[in-house]
Ligand binder design. Structure first.
Ligand SMILES: Nc1ncnc2c1ncn2[C@@H]1O[C@H](COP(=O)(O)OP(=O)(O)OP(=O)(O)O)[C@@H](O)[C@H]1O
Ligand SMILES: [Mg+2]
Length: 356
């Protein structure tokens, strides 16, 4: 029997749960001329959800993570690479006659993929315009192309004025759906909600939450009941209360519990044993990480370990607590669900074990 839990990569089919309402909304956007902006902290399930939706509509999609883009020229090259992966050269070559600069296209025998490069002197904004225009040309009314830009907030770092330029191109395009994903809440909000931003109200903005307790409970419980008969109810409850229903960490912890029960016959205190194993594995990383935080950050993290609100702590000045929380959130170590919490429950446990 295979481990019925999966974490770290995109989940589909039997590993995917809930998100029915969100899926319907995304499908509606994809079946319209509109675009979607999807925001959540890291590993809440953005990619899995969007890939599920694109598969349901059975249309081609091009996915590009902007974290891997180093400059505007590279952005253009990566869009073209994505297009060449999706469509045959026979189809694409006739559509490239508008190009101002002819790219060099070669096959890479090591990756088995296609490489795209440009003359070093080419104007990178023009390269981007050409590549973006090709997206529109390869898309057809029957199989409208879906373009997904992941970690979209990176647009602000890649090149100065790129957001403005990109928006100018995108707003005239037809026959495409853009899905813009991002995990940095504050930057994404800045891009799409600030009146002066070029992307102000560009599409439907959706925030993805954790998976609701009852649904996730049923998912975990059903999968644990084989290896922990008669005990899976309280154990599933314990797992979810420790992970706070975080999609990734819940799957990770449940997976570890399943392994211990199945292969080591451990059932007593199995959740704590699983947590200690996972904390052990990451001990060195957590220690290194801890050393990087300044004193204020460490204090905030300690307070969060006690499930208290750092902003109500009388010993710390609210303004410095607030800027520390903001910084920790930006780096992804703290998230805000209903309250502020440490993102990684295993790091939290490590702090409890070693630093309280
Ligand atoms: N609908 C779901 N049902 C069950 N588990 C899920 C679901 N969505 C996400 N997960 C869990 O969370 C993990 C991360 O999912 P995914 O990669 O889709 O998230 P993400 O928000 O795109 O992450 P990242 O910020 O790293 O890009 C998955 O590997 C899986 O363990
Ligand atoms: Mg993702």
């Amino acid at each position: 029997m295979r481990n019925p839990f999966k974490f770290g990569t995109i989940v589909e089919d039997e590993y995917f749960t809930d998100r029915t309402r969100e899926l319907q909304t995304i499908l509606r956007v994809m079946n319209s001329e509109n675009h979607l902006i999807l925001i959540s902290p890291r590993r809440f399930g953005k990619s899995s959800l969007v890939i599920k939706a694109t598969k349901q509509v059975a249309r081609p999609y091009l996915l590009l993570n902007l974290q891997s883009v180093i400059n505007t020229q590279d952005f253009a090259a990566k869009i073209l690479k994505g297009i060449f992966k999706l469509y045959t050269w026979e189809k694409v070559k006739h559509l490239m006659t508008h190009f101002h600069f002819v790219p060099t296209i070669s096959t890479n025998p090591i990756t088995n993929g296609i490489d795209v490069s440009f003359q070093p002197t080419s104007d990178s904004n023009v390269l981007l315009e050409d590549a973006m225009a090709l997206l529109e040309k390869v898309s057809t009314p029957e199989k409208r192309l879906i373009v997904i830009f992941d970690e979209f907030q990176e647009i602000l770092q890649i090149a100065k004025g790129l957001d403005k330029h990109l928006r100018a191109i995108m707003q005239t395009q037809k026959g495409l759906n853009y899905i813009l994903l991002g995990s940095q809440e504050s930057m994404m909000t800045e891009i799409f909600e600030r009146k002066k931003s070029p992307f102000y109200h560009f599409g439907l903005l959706m925030r993805l939450n954790k998976i609701p307790f009852q649904d996730f409970f049923d998912y975990v419980n059903e999968r644990l009941s084989n290896v922990l008969p008669g005990q899976s109810d309280p154990i599933s409850n314990e797992i979810l209360s420790l992970t706070n229903c975080h999609p990734y960490y819940t799957q990770q912890l449940a997976s570890q519990v399943w392994e211990l029960a199945k292969y080591e016959n451990i059932s007593d205190d199995v959740v704590n044993v699983a947590i200690e194993r996972l904390v052990d594995i990451h001990d060195l990383d957590f220690e290194r990480l801890w050393l990087k935080f300044n004193r204020m950050d460490k204090q905030i993290l300690r307070i969060l370990c006690k499930n208290e609100n750092p902003l109500q702590n009388r010993q710390l000045p609210t303004s410095s607590s607030f800027s520390s929380i903001k910084r920790l959130m930006k780096m992804g170590y703290v998230i805000r669900d209903k309250k502020y919490e440490i993102e990684d429950p295993f790091f939290k446990q490590w702090i409890v074990n070693n630093q309280l």
